[in-house]
Design a protein around this ligand. Structure first.
Ligand code: SAH
Length: 476
């Protein structure tokens, strides 16, 4: 290590910033966030710094730096655009044994300011020893996704309970085991999902139980999005990596399953059309019994669990049995297919509303409010609509939707198998028959489908041979 990483207490201590531009402001903001008493010296400053002075957040002296300015300072930052002046300030500061940092001149610094991830009181600092600030920022960006935003609140909870946990467990090893369980289990999950009161209650329960296994697992009902693993939420990813058992069905994309913790048990529960490997009631019961055995159960669902996902039924059973659970939203197929397919679901001129409906056929018909669906200026999205497509098309026309109404069918949206069929109510069936799509498919009806031709952003490199119905898309 070239330098010693330390966290410095600067609360109410006089810190001097020489310079009044963007770089000075960035460093100043870090000082202020840590409670420093900051003074800025510069003949001129940008508006943001002036605003801080007007709000009495800093002391501002609009003049050139003089050596005496260092008299009161305990830490100095030289951030002027004059390298020689910066060096002189640094030299003076070092002569007085002060801490000094010079922006972009590491050779003049006696301390560096790292890139930080602030989840106060948890702070992660990244330094490349000034080799590459860009690399440090890149590493920071990666860590951002790994350190949930709720870590700060979790650390606060730890601080509140620290003395009680100490009193409860004499043995240091027991204490560590206890904290391990708390920080990776139900308490942490409740904090991350913003349920602070429940987190406290769980903490009380854990304290009462002690270090023996509490025996109670929990269920995470997680939306895995429409296919592209990039569309997972941070929370989904974290739960994927900490679950003991994963219960999934056909809609969950393989690359997403591959991200589940390696040693987790996988249970497939089917859900292929007409090939249910397990009935819904059996799935509900399975989730409950796995949790009762003490497992952290990940129920992974395609898209969003609460949109045609029967998530409501699954948590009904869990709630009835008093099993803790949490539901994590996912990107639903409509959003995924629309964005990756270049079709905005609403548009000021063409559609003021969007309706998600099921196109699932029951006894050859679909029980929907057709007169309402046939109204103009809206977009309709049919889930599970491939088999019933002839019925959907016929019903819409029967209720007065123009025969030339645009319609799109998106096959395996957001994946590398994505394909978009575009037509009108009149010709879509022929197109689909000619080249049968692979499920899952989503049907979008409305004038917004026409925008697909116009939107430059989805066909940056259009191939005239392929035409607008098969543009080059992410995932194509
Ligand atoms: N909960 C899911 C929907 C489950 S219903 C969600 O929020 O997306 C199953 C239907 O979703 C499929 O029949 C299909 O219509 C649609 N679907 C799911 N993923 C899809 C995808 N990647 N591409 C197209 N349609 C998809």
């Amino acid at each position: 290590m070239e330098q010693l990483p330390i966290f410095l207490e600067v609360k109410n201590r006089p810190c001097l910033v020489v310079g009044g531009g963007r770089v000075a402001l960035r460093k100043l903001n870090h000082l202020l966030a840590s409670g420093a008493s900051a003074q800025v010296i510069a003949p001129e400053v940008i508006d943001e710094i002036q605003t801080l002075a007007d709000a009495s957040k800093i002391t501002l002296s609009l003049r050139a730096f003089v050596d005496e300015d260092l008299d009161q300072a305990s830490l100095v930052i030289a951030a002027t655009d004059n390298r020689t002046l910066n060096r002189t300030i640094a030299g003076q500061a070092k002569a007085r044994k002060l801490l000094v940092n010079v922006a972009d001149q590491p050779e003049d610094c006696n301390f560096l300011m790292p890139a930080i991830i602030d989840r106060s009181p948890v702070v992660v600092a990244v330094s490349t020893g000034s080799a590459s600030p860009v690399l440090a920022r890149m590493i920071r960006a990666r860590l951002e996704s790994l350190v949930p935003a709720g870590y700060g609140r979790l650390a606060e909870l730890c601080a509140r309970y620290r003395d009680r946990v100490k009193a409860r467990f004499n043995d240091q090893r027991d204490r560590r085991r206890f904290w391990d369980r708390v920080l990776q289990g139900g308490v942490a999950e409740r904090v991350f999902s913003g349920h602070l009161e429940e987190a406290d209650q769980t903490m009380e329960r854990e304290l009462a139980i002690g270090i023996t296994d509490s025996g109670k697992g929990e269920v995470y009902l997680v939306g895995a999005g429409p296919g592209d693993p990039d569309l997972l939420t941070f929370r989904a990813l974290r739960l994927l990596q900490q679950a003991d058992v994963v219960v999934y069905d056909r809609l969950v994309a393989k690359p997403i399953l591959a991200m589940v913790r390696r040693d987790a048990r996988h249970i497939y529960v089917g859900k292929e059309r007409n090939h249910h490997a397990m009935r819904q009631e059996e799935i509900n019961a399975l989730l409950a019994s796995l949790a009762k055995e003490g497992h952290r159960v990940l129920r992974l669902k395609g898209g969003d669990p609460f949109i045609f996902g029967r998530g409501g039924e699954e948590i009904d059973t869990l709630a009835a049995e008093g099993i803790p659970f949490q539901v994590v939203p996912g990107i639903t197929a409509a959003s995924g297919c629309a964005c990756y397919g270049g079709i905005p679901l609403t548009h000021r001129d063409y559609a003021q509303s969007v309706t998600f409906v099921t196109g699932h056929l029951k006894d050859g018909s679909i029980d929907l409010n057709w007169p309402q669906l046939a109204q103009p200026h809206q977009t309709l999205v049919f889930y599970m609509g491939l088999v019933g497509l002839p019925v959907i098309v016929a019903k819409l026309m029967e209720h007065g939707v123009p025969r030339d109404m645009p319609i799109a069918l998106v096959q395996q949206g957001t994946t590398h198998m994505q394909k978009v069929y575009v037509g009108t109510l009149t010709d879509i069936l022929a197109k689909v028959e000619q080249d049968p799509p692979e499920p899952p498919t989503l049907v979008i009806v409305g004038q917004v489908v026409k925008l697909r031709d116009k939107l430059a952003w989805f066909s940056a490199n259009p191939d005239p041979e392929r035409g607008a119905t098969t543009p080059i898309l992410p995932g194509d």
